[in-house]
Design a protein around this ligand. Structure first.
Ligand code: IMP
Ligand code: MG
Length: 179
């Protein structure tokens, strides 16, 4: 285990199992439809890559990047699009793929923004959901795990751009971000 991780919450095996389950649900729900995964960079890129390979059917991917917390471990509430989708999404079935739903401010902004472009549908798949933290109204259809209210890293999730490479998700030692 990495020395700055105090506890492993979800092992690589736990994550693989959740990803398979979510992939099967998505496969069934979108049968006969063409699906576009809207991946929120950077945190969701590893999850998306695994989830996409568990979906059977017509599936494409595009990427968006929005401003996140930077080197702070709490939400600023300010969302800014840093990279937008490559193609128009009018009439398409979108599935926003997120790493973690914390305050929900990022997702709520994204949902509103994407809906204004007139897609046929917009749903959300998030690997982690921090219970009781939501400040904004968000509907999330596919969920990996409910997560305790701690700052977690690994499997794409970072602190100041580090720890994304860990194959598991764990709690970052608060000493690292000075709390
Ligand atoms: P929200 O807008 O508060 O829901 O936060 C969304 C984004 O904040 C996520 O996509 C993550 O990039 C980041 N984030 C929130 N909580 C954590 C955490 O515990 N570890 C790492 N990143 C986090
Ligand atoms: Mg992030």
């Amino acid at each position: 285990m990495h020395p700055n991780i105090t506890k492993v919450l979800f092992t690589a095996e736990d994550i693989a199992e959740a990803t398979r389950r979510m992939g099967a649900e998505i496969t069934a729900d979108y049968a006969g439809k063409k699906l576009l995964l809207v991946t929120v960079l950077k945190g969701a890129f590893i999850f998306m890559a695994d989830l996409m390979r568990q979906i059977q059917g017509d599936v494409e991917v595009d990427f968006m990047a929005v401003s996140s917390y930077g080197a702070e471990a709490s939400s600023s509430g300010v969302v800014r699009i840093i990279k937008d989708l490559e193609a128009p999404i009018e009439g398409r079935h979108l599935l926003i793929v997120e790493d973690i739903l914390d305050s929900g401010l990022t997702l709520s902004y994204l949902q509103k923004n994407l809906r204004s472009r007139h897609p046929s549908s917009v749903e959300v798949a998030t690997l982690l959901f921090k219970e009781g933290k939501q400040e904004a109204e968000v509907s999330c259809k596919y969920l990996g795990f409910v997560c305790p209210d701690e700052f977690v890293v690994g499997y794409g999730l970072d602190y100041a751009e580090s720890y994304r490479e860990l194959p598991y998700i764990g709690v970052l030692d608060p000493l690292v971000y000075g709390k």
